[in-house]
Design a protein around this ligand. Structure first.
Ligand code: MTE
Length: 319
């Protein structure tokens, strides 16, 4: 990832500016797209259809880490400041490059060390697993962060259906590989397809979800439509987008940024303010829309929910 984690232009993403974009979008109806020019940047406002069967955060959600009291970033900010190298390596260019990404007929294959492998049709998946609201902090390894209201379902629910064998120790994820639809896959900016993985106990943690929505609407292309991983205690690059394949395995799966730069990005990638990136500090972060920097929290503030997973592990070695 680039050496300049955040540039001044990105600090323009303040609440008032984005609210204007949000109001315009609100008046546009479903699947509308409008361009604005603000601060020299073309903004894409993507409105998606509303999710059916949306389940709000339960009353005990705060204690379980399912929500936060911190203000959420606007839909416009979340959908115009993205990392999705299959479309663009410019964070403010992803939305425009991905706007026509067609996910019709999407299939998700789940197999490997399971008793009941199966291929889900996305509509079927949405019906089986109602979208539950989860408002999570998202901390990118580049030292910026947001608060994002996702909708999704626990990976544990999906795994319960396919019934992992006792030999399954890890879960591997794979993004679509189709250069005709993901134009930057024609260039060798990363090894394609983008891949990621979790240890089985990490995948089973209730905080780990497969997201199918954002702000009560279907997931827009730039955020990983139609289905992406969200693991809020890990750096954002673990959140693999546009997943087509999930494989249970007995070996630690490869992960794209670890292949690309093993000295910089580990497999675990737990948010850790005491373990600096070789090129920058991880002690603080820039929350989009805020002026000062915040202290970065261990496990991104989810230590109560996940610290036990790493008891006895040295997180400076397993980083
Ligand atoms: N998934 C794929 N397939 N390709 C990518 O380039 N970027 C990752 C992750 N998932 C990426 C990906 C990185 S570096 C981050 S920080 C998050 O997606 C960004 O998610 P967002 O754009 O929805 O905020």
């Amino acid at each position: 990832m680039p050496a300049d984690p955040i540039t001044p232009r990105e600090l323009y993403l303040n609440r008032r500016t984005w609210l204007r974009g949000g109001l315009i979008a609100a008046g546009m109806g479903a699947t509308a797209l409008v361009y604005q020019r603000l601060n020299g940047v073309d903004l894409v406002v993507s409105e998606q259809p509303a999710l059916e069967g949306f389940v709000p955060v339960p009353p005990d959600g705060l204690a379980r880490g399912f929500t936060t009291t911190e203000p959420t970033n606007s839909l416009a900010a979340i959908t115009n400041y993205n990392n999705f190298y299959e479309f663009s390596t410019d964070k403010d260019g992803v939305a425009a490059a991905a706007k026509d990404f067609d996910t019709t007929g999407w299939k998700l294959e789940v197999g490997g060390l399971v008793t009941k492998p199966r291929t889900y049709d996305l509509d079927d998946l949405r019906r089986r697993f109602p979208p539950e609201e989860r408002i999570y902090r998202m901390r990118c390894v580049e030292a910026w962060s947001m608060v994002i209201p996702w909708a999704g379902f626990p990976i544990a629910s999906l795994l319960a259906e396919v019934q992992p064998l006792s030999s399954a120790k890890y879960v591997a994820f794979e993004t679509l590989h189709d250069p005709a639809r993901m134009p930057n896959q024609k260039r060798a900016v990363l090894p394609w397809p983008y891949v990621e993985g979790l240890r089985m106990d990490e995948a089973m943690n209730p905080l780990a979800i497969l997201a199918t929505g954002l702000y009560g609407q279907h997931l827009p292309p730039q955020d990983g439509a139609p289905i992406r991983l969200v693991v809020p205690w890990k750096y954002g690059f673990k959140g693999i987008k546009s997943i087509v394949k999930i494989t249970l395995t007995d070996r630690q799966p490869p992960s794209t940024w670890n292949i690309q730069a093993p000295g910089e990005y580990g497999f675990y990638a737990n948010v850790n303010p005491t373990h600096d990136h070789p090129r920058w500090s991880q002690a603080t972060e820039q929350r989009l829309g805020e002026s000062g920097r915040r202290d970065t929290l261990m496990f991104n503030g989810y230590a109560d929910q996940v610290a036990h997973l790493y008891a006895g592990q040295d997180l400076h070695v397993d980083y």
